[in-house]
Design a protein around this ligand. Structure first.
Ligand code: ATR
Length: 270
C-alpha cells in the first residue's frame, strides 16, 4: 500500500502542502499519497490516531493544531521542545510518534539560498508569537552576532529571549527598544494580515541589509514594501514554506527534495 501523509489544519482547504509534496514525490520518483485533512478543533489526537489506523505514516500540522500535536508526541526534537509546538509528525516503526518543527530549517535554508550570511549578522526579529518561537533555535545555531526580538507586547519578547539565552546572544523588548542598525530584519508578526506595520525607526537597515517576511502573497507585504523603500533587499516567506516541507519530507522518506523547481512553480501560481 502507498504510504499516506497529510497536512492537518482547520481550515485547511487553501493549504499548499499537498501540491508541494506531490511535486517533491514526482521529482524524486517517489510514491506517496498526501492529502489535506480538516481535523476537529477539540480532538486532534483522535484525528491522528484515525489517520494512523488508515495507513498514515506522517503528517504536517498547521494552525490551530501545533500545540495539540506537541502534546501527543512520544518524543520530540530539541527545537520542537523549545518551540512548544510541532509542524511535523513522524510515525516510528514501533508505533510511537515523534514530533519536530521544521520552520526554522526552512527559514535558514531560504536565507542561505539567497546568499544571506547569518554568521556574525546583527539580526532583528519582529514578533514573539508561535511563528517566532518555532524558528529561533536554528536561527541562533547559524551563529548571528546578536538577535533582538522586538514585540508589540514587550514582556512576551523578553520572556522569549530568556527561554533561548543559552543558545546565543539574544535579548527581547518592545519596538521602542529597536536601536542601531541590522543586517537582517525578520518580520514574524501577523501585522501584515491587517495591513499594519510595526512602528520602527527609518534607519534600522545596515548597508546591504535583508528584510525577510515570513508571510508571502502575490504582492509584497506592507513590511517588504516599507523595507524596500529604505534600501533593504526584500525576501518573502514562500521559500521558507517550501523549505520546511522539504525537511519534513526528508524525515519521512529519507530523501531530500530539491526545493528550487517547486518554489519556482509555486511562485508562478501565486
Ligand atoms: P503566530 O503563530 O503567527 O506567531 P501569535 O502567536 O498569535 O501568532 O503571534 C502573533 C504575533 O504578531 C505576536 O507577536 C503579536 O504581537 P503581540 O504579542 O503584542 O500580540 C504580533 N502582532 C499581531 N498583530 C500585530 C500588529 N497589528 N502590530 C504589531 N504586532 C502584531
Amino acid at each position: 500500500m502507498t504510504d499516506r501523509y497529510c497536512v492537518f489544519g482547520n481550515p485547511v482547504t487553501h493549504s499548499k502542502s499537498p501540491a508541494i509534496h506531490a511535486a517533491f514525490a514526482a521529482e524524486l520518483g517517489d510514491d506517496i499519497d498526501y492529502t489535506a485533512i480538516e481535523a476537529p478543533l477539540e480532538d486532534f489526537a483522535g484525528a491522528w490516531q484515525r489517520f494512523i489506523a488508515e495507513g498514515g505514516r506522517g503528517a504536517n500540522v498547521t494552525v490551530p493544531f501545533k500545540e495539540q500535536a506537541y502534546r501527543l508526541c512520544d518524543s520530540l526534537s530539541e527545537r520542537a521542545r523549545r518551540a512548544g509546538a510541532v509542524n511535523t509528525l513522524v510515525l516510528g516503526d514501533e508505533g510511537l510518534t515523534h514530533g519536530d518543527t521544521t520552520d526554522g530549517v526552512g527559514l535558514v535554508g531560504d536565507l542561505t539560498n539567497h546568499g544571506v550570511t547569518l554568521a556574525g549578522a546583527r539580526v532583528l526579529v519582529l514578533g514573539a508569537g508561535g511563528a517566532v518561537r518555532g524558528v529561533l533555535e536554528p536561527l541562533l545555531a547559524a551563529g548571528p552576532a546578536s538577535v533582538l526580538v522586538a514585540n508589540r507586547t514587550a514582556e512576551k519578547a523578553a520572556a522569549l529571549a530568556t527561554d533561548f539565552q543559552d543558545l546565543g546572544v539574544i535579548s527581547g523588548g518592545g519596538f521602542a527598544d529597536v536601536d542601531g542598525q541590522y543586517d537582517l530584519v525578520i518580520n514574524g508578526t501577523s501585522a501584515s494580515l491587517a495591513g499594519d506595520l510595526p512602528p520602527l525607526p527609518d534607519d534600522l537597515f545596515a548597508e546591504g541589509a535583508t528584510a525577510y517576511d515570513m508571510m508571502y502573497g502575490a504582492e509584497p507585504t506592507v513590511f517588504l514594501r516599507w523595507a524596500t523603500a529604505r534600501g533593504a533587499r526584500p525576501i518573502d516567506g514562500l521559500g521558507m514554506l517550501v523549505g520546511q516541507a522539504a525537511e519534513s519530507y526528508r524525515q519521512w522518506r529519507g530523501m531530500r527534495p530539491d526545493t528550487a523547481p517547486v518554489l519556482a512553480e509555486l511562485r508562478r501560481g501565486l
